[in-house]
Ligand binder design. Structure first.
Ligand code: ATP
Length: 212
C-alpha cells in the first residue's frame, strides 16, 4: 500500500549567525510512521523540530504538510499537530486538570471530563490533578506536558526527548502509547537519546550532525 507522506522536509538548512546547524536535511513521514531524529548533544535535533513546528524560521529548504506548505498558524495545522518540548509554558494559576480541560475543549474533544480523567490516569498524574504546575516534580511536569498532547486529537506528534525524566514504567507506557498512536495512523517525529524508545517506536531514523 502506498500513501503520500503527511510531512515532507526537503533540504532544510538552518544557521544561527555563522554557525550552520542543519545542512540540507531531508526526510518524509507517512501516516502511521515514526521518524526518530538522533545525534549527539548540540547537533541540531531540537532546532530541526523547532523548524518543523514553526517556532524557528529555517534558513532554507521547504516543509510541507499534507502536500501544502507548512503554515503553523493555519487552522488545520493547529488542529492536527501536537507538540511536546522541554520549555513548555504552563499557566501558573490553572491546575493540572484545568490545563487538560482547556485543551480538550479547544480541540472539540467529546466527553471532555472523561477524556481528561483518562489522560490523567494514563499519565499517572491523577493524584496531582488539583495542583498548580509550579508545585509539580520535574517528572510530573513532563508527564503533564505529554498529557497536553495526548488529551487532544492529533495527526502528527512532534516530541523532543519525550522519554526525559520518566521513570522505567513511564518510559514503557510512552513506548506503548506511541505504538498505539502509530496503529491509529498518527505520524510521529521525535528526537531521542533512548535506544530502547527508538527501537520500540521508530520506523526510520534520521541522524543529524554527521555527513553520510
Ligand atoms: N537560539 C540559538 N542561538 C544560537 N545558537 C543556538 C540557538 N539554539 C541552539 N543553538 C545552537 O545550535 C546547536 C544545536 O542545538 P540544539 O538544541 O538543536 O541541539 P540538540 O541536538 O537538540 O542537542 P541536545 O541533544 O543536547 O538536546 C548547538 O550548538 C546550540 O548551541
Amino acid at each position: 500500500m502506498t500513501s503520500k507522506p503527511l510531512l515532507r522536509v526537503n533540504r532544510l538548512t538552518h544557521a544561527y549567525g555563522p554557525h550552520v546547524v542543519l545542512d540540507e536535511v531531508s526526510f518524509e513521514v507517512k501516516a502511521g510512521a515514526a521518524v526518530a531524529v538522533i545525534g549527539r548533544n548540540g547537533t541540531g535535533k531540537s532546532t530541526l523540530l523547532r523548524c518543523i513546528t514553526g517556532a524557528e524560521k529555517p534558513s532554507g529548504g521547504t516543509i510541507t504538510f499534507n502536500g501544502k506548505p507548512y503554515d503553523e498558524t493555519s487552522e488545520q495545522l493547529r488542529r492536527d499537530v501536537a507538540t511536546v518540548f522541554d520549555d513548555i509554558d504552563f499557566f501558573p494559576d490553572l491546575t493540572v486538570a484545568e490545563h487538560l480541560d482547556l485543551l480538550a475543549r479547544a480541540h472539540g474533544v467529546p466527553n471532555v471530563e472523561d477524556a481528561v480523567d483518562e489522560t490523567l490516569r494514563q499519565l499517572g498524574i491523577d493524584n496531582a490533578s488539583r495542583q498548580f504546575p509550579s508545585t509539580l516534580s520535574s517528572g510530573q511536569r513532563h508527564r503533564l506536558a505529554l498529557a497536553t498532547a495526548f488529551v487532544r486529537p492529533r495527526r502528527l506528534l512532534v516530541l523532543d526527548e519525550p522519554e526525559q525524566r520518566l521513570d522505567v514504567e513511564g518510559r514503557q507506557w510512552l513506548a506503548e502509547k506511541l505504538r498505539a498512536d502509530l496503529q491509529d495512523g498518527v505520524s510521529v517525529v521525535f528526537a531521542s537519546h533512548s535506544p530502547d524508545l527508538i527501537d520500540a517506536v521508530a520506523t526510520k531514523t534520521v541522524r543529524i550532525g554527521e555527513k553520510a
